[in-house]
Design a protein around this ligand. Structure first.
Ligand code: ATP
Length: 238
């Protein structure tokens, strides 16, 4: 028998009122993979992540995590199933310190494990230096690091990242992507939403391109990177 995928979406349809934002998405993420979810503004990338993490309910279709159906389960329970979600726009707690933000990420556990904090501080030395600083006073890049670090405190098996590069300088984007790579190498499966197709595909094993709520293209990352349609639409060529 084959091992069930970490995540499988089957004919997923999601509506906002009468508007069909996802029109039957099929998508698979294997254990240990980094999968990139690409597409223009409004294609449905954020809606896909919000549906996986239980913030939106699909009208049709199935979401399977390791072969078990999880659609219909509320988002705060999905944390216990091993799903971590770093939302678009980061949303760190502005009036809490870096350390308090990280402690909030461990809320599924009875107490904060020092080993989890050490792991985050090793991945993000900048956060260790600034553990007493208020979240709202961090730079954009530091807030992104904190948002990722906070998600890691719940020990996710599957990490959903919504546009981690948004609004950050190229050098900072580079650092964030290197850390995502490291997190993946440490054993966390990653589904990565990005506008930055070149960066995302250079990190990913495979990718999906969404167009107006449907999967327009899918394939291995190298194939998508060299596909003329992807290059024309998402890499500013042609
Ligand atoms: P972006 O990169 O701009 O966030 P996206 O690919 O993540 O784009 P979504 O945010 O998932 O796209 O939006 C998909 C579609 O659903 C769009 O047409 C959007 O206008 C619509 N939509 C998103 N959120 C809502 C909402 N709360 N109410 C109504 N329509 C919505």
């Amino acid at each position: 028998a084959s091992v069930p995928a970490m995540l499988e979406l089957r004919d997923l349809r999601v509506f906002y009122g009468a508007i069909e934002a996802l029109k039957g998405i099929d998508l698979t993420v294997g254990e240990g993979e980094v999968v990139a979810l690409l597409g223009a503004n409004g294609a449905g990338k954020t809606t896909t992540l919000r549906t996986i993490s239980g913030m939106l309910q699909p009208r049709h279709g199935e979401i399977m995590l390791r072969g078990e159906r999880i659609d219909g389960i509320k988002s705060h329970h999905l944390v216990e199933f091993g799903i971590g979600h770093v939302p678009e726009g980061r949303r760190v707690f502005a009036t809490m310190t870096v350390l308090e933000n990280l402690e909030m990420g461990a809320y599924r556990f009875a107490s904060v494990d020092q080993a989890d904090l050490d792991r985050v501080f090793t991945l993000f030395p900048r956060l260790a230096e600034r553990r007493g600083q208020l979240g709202g006073t961090l730079s954009g890049g530091e807030q992104q690091m904190l948002a990722i670090g906070r998600a890691l405190m719940a020990r996710p098996e599957l990490l959903l990242l919504d546009e981690p590069s948004m609004g950050l300088a190229p050098l900072v984007v580079q650092q964030i992507f290197e850390i995502i790579k490291e997190i993946n190498e440490q054993g966390t499966t990653v589904l990565l939403v990005e506008q930055n197709a070149a960066q995302a595909l250079s990190l990913a094993n495979r990718g999906y391109v969404l167009e107006t709520g449907s999967v327009a293209m899918t394939g291995d990352a190298q194939g998508l990177l060299t596909d003329p349609r992807v290059r024309a639409a998402y890499l500013g060529e042609g």
